[in-house]
Every structure is written in C-alpha cells, then in structure tokens.
Design a binder for this molecule. Sequence first.
Ligand code: NAD
Length: 137
Amino acid sequence: MVIRKALVTGGAGFIGSHIVDALLAQNIPVVIYDNFSTGRQEYLPKPAPGINVVRGDVLDLVRLGEAMAGCDFVFHWQANADVRGGKSNTRIDLEQNTLATWNVLEAMRSRICFRRQRPTRLRKPPFMARANSREKQ
Ligand SMILES: NC(=O)c1ccc[n+]([C@@H]2O[C@H](COP(=O)([O-])OP(=O)(O)OC[C@H]3O[C@@H](n4cnc5c(N)ncnc54)[C@H](O)[C@@H]3O)[C@@H](O)[C@H]2O)c1
C-alpha cells in the first residue's frame, strides 16, 4: 500500500503521535489535526518539511476538510478518551466520539473518496468467496 500523504486526527495525543512517528519514519508527509484539548505540544515532532500541524476541531467540518486537501489516507485517533467521565456527562461521548467520527467520515467522503478517484465496484469479500467455493465442492 502506498500512502502519498496522511492526516492523523488526534495526532498530538498519546496514540496518534505514535502513528505520526511511524508515518514520518517512512517519509510519508503528515498533517496532524488536533485541538490540543488533551494533546500535548511535546508529543509533536520537530518542525520539518512534510509536517503540517493544524490546530482545529474535528467538529469543524470545513476546517477538517481543508486540512485533508491532498491527503489520500486518514488515521482517526481523535477521541474523548476519558471513558469514566462519560458516565456523568453522556453528551461528551456523543459529540466527541460518535459525531466526531461521523464528521471525519463526511470530510473523507467529500475530500478524498469522491474528489480523488472514481468510486470503484467493491470486490466480493473473502468470506463470500470461501463460502461459494465450499458450496461447489
Ligand atoms: N492510550 C491507550 O492506551 C489506548 C489504548 C487503546 C485504545 N485507545 C484509544 O485510542 C484513542 C486515542 O486515545 P489516546 O490515549 O491517544 O487519547 P488522547 O487524549 O491522548 O488523544 C486524543 C487526541 O485527540 C485530540 N482531540 C480530542 N477531541 C478533539 C476534537 N474535538 N478535535 C480535534 N482533536 C481532538 C486531543 O487533543 C488528543 O490529542 C481513543 O479512542 C482510545 O480509547 C487508547
């Protein structure tokens, strides 16, 4: 798989920053998209060509879409990782996990899936192929 340029949501967070490091180690240009609510400046790589840090909220669909320009791959690691806190404030998980993920998919749908390539016919999932071959035996 060839990745030309990747966007990492939550790229300043614990997991996302490791994904960023792994991509940079393969010389893949990266856009780090984060609102720094729990992300840390010290998790970021040193400024260098091929690294673009965008301070933005994933709920901001326009900014997110703009940040995705030129990317062909998205690693979505933004989240409200405070699972226990969701018990007292249930709206946070709805907004920061469910709606946030929907926003990322929407931005990808408009920016990556349909702008950069024509939709292709889905191939048969492998399990279907196996099921068919078993039927034939
Ligand atoms: N840390 C772990 O050990 C671990 C293990 C397994 C799975 N996970 C999962 O990985 C995901 C990330 O966890 P983490 O530990 O890296 O959390 P984290 O809090 O360190 O990272 C989340 C990042 O998302 C950013 N962010 C949050 N809301 C945002 C928003 N609305 N817009 C833009 N950026 C926003 C934060 O600033 C932060 O940088 C979570 O879904 C978590 O459940 C984490």
